[in-house]
Design a protein. Structure first.
Ligand SMILES: Cc1ncc(COP(=O)(O)O)c(C=O)c1O
Length: 337
């Protein structure tokens, strides 16, 4: 499949999947990572990222990130063990990490580098798209663009690309998932979403906030990218999306100025960056309530739902994890009266 979306990655080999967690599973297998190995993973992470590791018997070893969401490499160094095979770092909310520094660090330790770019599909650092820096990078289309599913595994390491004999899931037509997706989509529009979800026995992705089942459940995500998304991606006007998200981000940044208890993590918007949302440190519950009351039309959400092993371990819990909230960028900020 060749379309504008995949040509974002230039000549790199890209494999398509239904979800980024399935892309990560394939990438880990391709790198020869297996049961008993361990992976350095940030403790500020969404629980579903652990699903492929749990399935493979790969142990996550958690390193911390600062309030600026930069990896604490001194700590990662202390956590190294003979079984450590790779470091995974995240372009949180579409903002790039310092990949040059991370590459120097992993190369120095003989480790693989994994770029979790699930939030940063279509985001760039200057002119360069995110997703080109890890040995493998994963991207999730549905988080950045108006499609229900779809993910990419970018094989930036040419040896890995040569070793991969599969074509990912692009060759599978995914008729059944596509029909299911269409039925669900139409049902949501008709207000019958819950009924159809029960019949299809699926959880509403991203909204099943109870428990930690998703970090142990991968099977229902091992589906190909639906035809629905693949066709929709052909029509998405990416430059328009980039421009809109950046404009909305700037307007919300301005809106936050002078509001008590609210502090954007990134106070400015570097060239090329296409944010997924506006992430904020919000000091206290009253400030969250005020945000919710005043953010007309935008969603205010907490992020992330942490893995169980982090929530059960007070010393591993990021001190700020309760305070990170996001404002969606579907609408611009209301004018201040
Ligand atoms: C940082 C991060 N990586 C990976 C994923 C997995 O993406 P997907 O839902 O496409 O499997 C998520 C999902 O929420 C995420 O937040």
């Amino acid at each position: 499949m060749s379309n504008d979306v995949l040509s974002l990655f230039g000549s790199r080999q890209v494999r398509l999947f239904g979800f980024a967690r399935a892309a990560l599973l394939h990438g880990l297998e391709l790198m020869g990572i297996s049961r008993g190995d361990s992976l350095l993973v940030p403790s500020f992470i969404c629980d579903v990222v652990l699903a492929p590791l749990n399935r493979m018997g790969v142990e996550p070893v958690f390193y911390s990130v600062g309030q600026d969401l930069r990896p604490n490499l001194q700590e990662a160094e202390r956590l190294l063990r003979p079984q450590t095979r790779a470091l995974l770092a995240v372009n949180y909310f579409g903002f790039p990490q310092d990949w040059r520094a991370l590459r120097a660090w992993t190369d120095g330790k003989g480790l693989r580098l994994i770029e979790d770019n699930a939030h940063g599909f279509v985001s760039c650092e200057g002119e360069q798209p995110l997703g080109l820096s890890g040995d493998i990078s994963i991207c999730s289309f549905r988080k950045s663009l108006p499609v229900p599913d779809g993910a990419a595994l970018v094989l930036n390491d040419t040896d890995l690309a040569a070793a991969d004999r599969t074509a990912g899931d692009a060759s599978r037509l995914a008729v059944v998932p596509t029909v299911k997706m269409l039925v669900r989509h139409l049902a949501e529009r008709a207000g019958l979403g819950e009924v159809v979800r029960r019949i299809q026995k699926v959880r509403h992705k991203d909204e099943s906030l109870s428990g930690h089942e998703e970090e142990h459940e991968l099977e229902s995500y091992l589906v190909p990218c639906t035809l629905y998304s693949r066709l929709a991606l052909l029509w998405v006007n990416i430059p328009k999306f980039r421009k809109m998200r950046r404009q909305h981000y700037e307007s919300w940044l301005q809106w936050c100025v002078g509001r008590s208890g609210v502090c954007p993590i990134w106070q400015d918007l570097p060239a090329g960056v296409v944010p997924l949302a506006l992430p904020l440190h919000v000091g206290d519950p009253a400030a969250v309530d005020r945000l919710r009351a005043e953010c007309h039309g935008a969603e205010v959400r907490h992020w992330p739902r942490l893995p169980e092993s982090i929530t059960n371990n007070v010393s591993a819990l990021p001190s700020f994890h309760r305070n990170i909230w996001t404002i969606s960028l579907n609408v611009p900020a209301p004018k201040r009266g």
